[in-house]
Design a binder for this molecule. Structure first.
Ligand SMILES: C[S@@+](CC[C@H](N)C(=O)[O-])C[C@H]1O[C@@H](n2cnc3c(N)ncnc32)[C@H](O)[C@@H]1O
Length: 228
C-alpha cells in the first residue's frame, strides 16, 4: 500500500485535504484578473440551459470559471472552496468580468460545512474531498431547495484510474465515481434523474484538466414537495 500524502502531488495516495488543495493551487499557474476566463465546463452549459436562473452553489469552485459563467447567465452564485488561494484568484476574475456583486466566495470545507441556506442549483465539478466521493455528493444533495437541481460532474471510475494521479493527470480511483454509484444514492422518492451519462471529451492542452477526460454527468431534480 503506497503511503498517504498530505499536500503532496506525486507518489503515494492523496489525502485531498486542505493542505493538499492549498499546495495544489499555490503551485499552479493561477489565472490573473486580466487573463481570459476559460470557457466553463461544457456539461454545465448543457445541463443548465433550460433552468430558470435563481440561486446556485458551486462546491469546490476552484478559480471560478463555472461560477463566473453562471453569474453572467443571471444566477446569484455562492462559490465555496477549501483553498483560499483559489478563491482569491476567482474573486479577481469575477471582478474583471464585472460580476462580483452576483457572487459570494466562501472559504470552507464542504465536507464539514453546515450552510444556513438552500440553493435552486447545487453543482460540483471534479471536486475531490478527503471524505468518500459519494458521501460528498450526498451531502451536497441535501443543500438543494425543494424543486431545485443537483448537477454532478465527476471523473468516471474505470481502467484509467489507479492509486494516484499519473503523468497524464488521470485521477486516483478514490476520486472517481460511477453513474450507478451516484444515482443509487439519490432516493427515488425525492429525486427525479434528468441526466445520467458517461461522457468523454478532449480538452486539449493549457487547461486545468488537460487531455482526454472520462466523466460522469448526473443531473437530478428534487421534488417540489420534499421539504426534508
Ligand atoms: C480538481 S479542482 C476542480 C475545480 C473546478 N470545479 C473545476 O472544475 O475546474 C477541485 C476543487 O475542489 C476543491 N475542494 C476539494 N475538497 C474540498 C472541500 N472539502 N470543500 C471545498 N472545496 C474542496 C479544491 O480546492 C479544488 O479547487
Amino acid at each position: 500500500m503506497p503511503p498517504r500524502v498530505s499536500g503532496g502531488t506525486l507518489g503515494g495516495v492523496h489525502d485531498f485535504d486542505q493542505t493538499y488543495w492549498e499546495t495544489h493551487w499555490r503551485e499552479s499557474p493561477l489565472p490573473t484578473a486580466g487573463s481570459r476566463v476559460p470557457p466553463p465546463n461544457p456539461y454545465v452549459v448543457d445541463e443548465t440551459r433550460d433552468l430558470t436562473p435563481g440561486t446556485a452553489l458551486d462546491a469546490g469552485c476552484g478559480v471560478g470559471s463555472e461560477a463566473i459563467w453562471l453569474a453572467g447567465q443571471g444566477w446569484k452564485v455562492t462559490g465555496v472552496d477549501i483553498s483560499a488561494t483559489a478563491l482569491e484568484a476567482a474573486a479577481d476574475r469575477a471582478h474583471a468580468a464585472a460580476v462580483s456583486e452576483k457572487i459570494e466566495w466562501i472559504e470552507a470545507d464542504a465536507s464539514a460545512w453546515e450552510p444556513s441556506q438552500r440553493w435552486d442549483l447545487v453543482m460540483t465539478n471534479y471536486a475531490h474531498p478527503a471524505i468518500p466521493q459519494l458521501d460528498f455528493y450526498l451531502r451536497l444533495a441535501q443543500w438543494v431547495a425543494p424543486g431545485g437541481t443537483i448537477l454532478i460532474v465527476g471523473h468516471r471510475s474505470g481502467d484509467h484510474d489507479h492509486g494516484s494521479h499519473d503523468e497524464a493527470g488521470h485521477p486516483p480511483h478514490e476520486a472517481t465515481a460511477t453513474l450507478d454509484g451516484i444515482t443509487s444514492r439519490l432516493d427515488a422518492a425525492i429525486w427525479r434523474i434528468e441526466t445520467a451519462a458517461d461522457r468523454t471529451r478532449n480538452t486539449g492542452g493549457g487547461h486545468a484538466h488537460s487531455g482526454t477526460l472520462h466523466d460522469v454527468v448526473v443531473r437530478a431534480t428534487r421534488r417540489a414537495d420534499d421539504h426534508q
